[in-house]
Design a protein around this ligand. Structure first.
Ligand code: ATP
Length: 243
């Protein structure tokens, strides 16, 4: 199976605060890989650093190999151009623009690159998110939390990424909507995109993922097939509870 992403001996810090200490992880083609862990464990830092988008003051070192090449010195625009895409925790939509216009922004890079088929993903996105199709002319700022998350993922898909990184897609959403979002994440498999999913909702994340990592204070403390992690007593005790 071909490797999409491999992060090796990865470190990140903010001044004197070490956020990641020697992380190794891998995402294979067509796979959903999840990283679970408590608040402040370093999950967002990892996705931002892999994308080359650490906030000011953040420094990363170690290798980020994407499709076989080390991209750790590459600026974010080139990583995006090569098919890496991050949907950040705050979703970063343009509130006063319509759903459709937000989606078009996701296709902007392909359009700039002269790709005449840059709108070909619209049907795929509307197929995955019929609710966005119904609301295509509605301003993004008037969408519900769940719809905003769908739009953020839909916009990312417009760029036809090969690696989609999702930072806590279920954050702040009601349980029924969380269920819907995870259902959609599972459906994304059909599009062939590889997914790196960071979540505090360990139960749902391990249900959709193939493989998982547990991160605590910047270090991977456990890894394995998602079904094995879900049955691991340590994971059950710390992250799944008894329910
Ligand atoms: P959460 O689930 O709460 O978002 P997380 O697992 O994503 O947590 P990070 O946000 O990556 O964790 O934070 C990892 C560590 O780095 C924490 O100790 C945090 O306080 C610190 N940190 C994160 N961002 C910054 C920043 N911009 N400046 C300084 N320290 C930061």
């Amino acid at each position: 199976m071909s490797v999409i992403l491999e992060v090796k001996d990865f470190h990140a810090s903010y001044g004197k605060v070490d956020a990641l200490s020697g992380v190794n992880l891998k995402v294979d083609a067509g796979e959903i890989v999840t990283v679970i862990g408590p608040n402040g464990a370093g999950k967002s830092t990892m996705l931002n650093a892999v994308m080359g988008a650490l906030p000011a003051g953040g420094v990363a070192r170690g290798a980020v190999c994407y499709l076989g090449s080390d991209v750790s010195a590459m600026p974010i625009e080139r990583r995006v151009a090569q098919g890496m895409c991050l949907v950040p925790e705050n979703r970063e939509l343009f509130s006063s623009m319509t759903v459709e216009d937000n989606l078009m922004l996701g296709a902007y890079r392909r359009r700039q690159a002269g790709d005449k088929n840059y709108l070909d993903q619209t049907d795929v996105v509307f197929g995955l998110f019929p609710r966005l199709k119904e609301r295509r002319r509605q301003e993004a700022g008037t969408l519900s939390g769940g719809e905003r998350q769908m739009l953020a993922v839909g916009r990312a898909l417009m760029g036809k990424p090969q690696l989609l990184m999702l930072d806590e897609p279920s954050l702040g959403l009601a349980p029924l909507i969380v269920k819907e979002i995870f259902h959609i994440i599972s459906d994304l498999r059909k599009t062939g995109v590889a997914i790196l999913l960071v979540e505090q909702n360990a139960r749902a994340a391990l249900q959709v993922a193939d493989y998982g990592y547990v991160i605590e204070t910047g270090e991977i403390v456990l890894e394995g097939a998602a079904s094995e992690l879900a049955a691991n007593p340590r994971v059950i005790e710390s992250y799944l509870g008894l329910a």
